[in-house]
Design a protein around this ligand. Structure first.
Ligand code: XMP
Length: 319
């Protein structure tokens, strides 16, 4: 039986052995997996590692600042911050098809990442926080015929294009084990316990066209929802919870005025690996409180609905 301390020591030796005196580049997404991979690799090879954080402007409230703060203040890891909000939003303008949105974001991400790698003189290795379920899910999906449900956003394709080898120290681990390893490495609990967040970010939580204005509306609604979940002590019992902003307007009434604004959907599921999921059964009073706050506090939303679909047949994200 492995302890995380032994796993950590063994992986560090393995990374040193694989990398030698080569250079490693690692994309930070803001999520747990890439953060744990980066800290582990940094412990193994120090300044031979450079992290690149591409901020596509599709992050949640304060998320980019949190990631940058954590890495700048605590780890002394070489970090490149690419502020690419305008580039992503202008590329997303007019796109409404979920796969077109995903493909644009994945492609733009690779282009920017490649450019940054070139700027630092190239790298011999690309580090990724690939987990065991990612390895499986890319092979087959729920055992059925091999069809693409969603094109996942990662840096696939880059290693060949840039002649790099992969460093994937988390390949044998499940999410709960990655969290344990993160704790072992001293990452703060607020970071280690975070819900998963998809690479394409809020773009796949805004069905239809993504605009800066809609991202801002969604960020506010999502932050209220998550704040209420944390206050109720439910955050750790839920695999993932988030708001979506629908491209549907409905009529409402505020005071004595008519409103005509967007619908916000709320999602919360339990799961162990994201491959199947059950709806989280909130109390009606909890959902009522969240709906009231969102409609009162978020301009542009006048109706809130809760998603009662498990996976399958639904997926966790709406696109
Ligand atoms: P779905 O929506 O397919 O999501 O049921 C399963 C899990 O994967 C996350 N997800 C992604 N993660 N890049 C990622 O890094 C992606 O393109 C992506 N799409 C979905 C999703 O948030 C859930 O945890």
């Amino acid at each position: 039986d492995w302890t995380m301390a032994e796993f950590r020591a063994a992986k560090i030796a393995e990374i040193r052995e694989q990398v030698g005196d080569g250079n490693v580049i690692c994309g930070l997404s803001g999520g747990v997996d890439s953060a744990v991979a980066a800290v582990l690799i940094h412990e193994a090879i120090g300044d031979q590692l450079t992290c690149v954080f591409v901020d596509h402007g599709l992050m949640r409230m304060n998320e980019a600042e949190q990631v940058l703060g954590l890495f700048r203040e605590h780890y002394g890891i070489k970090l490149v911050h690419v502020d690419a909000e305008e580039m992503f939003l202008s590329g997303l303008a007019g796109l409404t098809d979920p796969e077109k949105k995903r493909k644009f974001i994945g492609g733009a991400f690779i282009d920017l990442f490649e450019e940054e790698a070139r700027k630092i003189g190239g790298a011999d290795f690309l580090a990724q926080g690939t987990l065991y379920p990612d390895v499986i899910e890319s092979v087959s999906f729920t055992g059925g015929p091999s069809v693409t449900i969603k094109s996942h956003h990662n840096v696939g394709g880059l290693p060949e294009r840039m002649n790099m080898q992969l460093v994937e120290p988390l390949r044998e681990l499940f999410k709960d084990e990655v969290r344990d390893l993160g704790r072992e490495l001293g990452l703060p609990e607020i970071f280690v316990g975070r819900h998963p967040f998809p690479g394409p970010g809020l773009a796949i939580r805004i069905p239809g066209e993504v605009t800066k204005e809609r991202c801002d509306i969604l960020r506010k609604a999502d932050a209220i929802y998550l704040e209420e979940i944390r206050n109720a002590g439910l955050y750790d019992a839920i695999w993932q919870a988030f708001a979506v902003l629908l491209p549907v307007k409905t009529v409402g009434v505020m005071g004595d005025a008519r409103t005509y604004d967007s619908v916000c959907g709320l999602r919360a599921v339990t799961s162990t690996d994201g491959m199947t999921a059950d709806v989280y059964p909130f109390d009606a009073s909890f959902l009522t409180r969240v709906a009231t706050r969102i409609v009162n506090e978020v301009n542009g939303v006048n109706r809130v609905v809760y998603d009662y679909t498990s996976k399958p047949p639904g997926t966790i994200e709406w696109e």
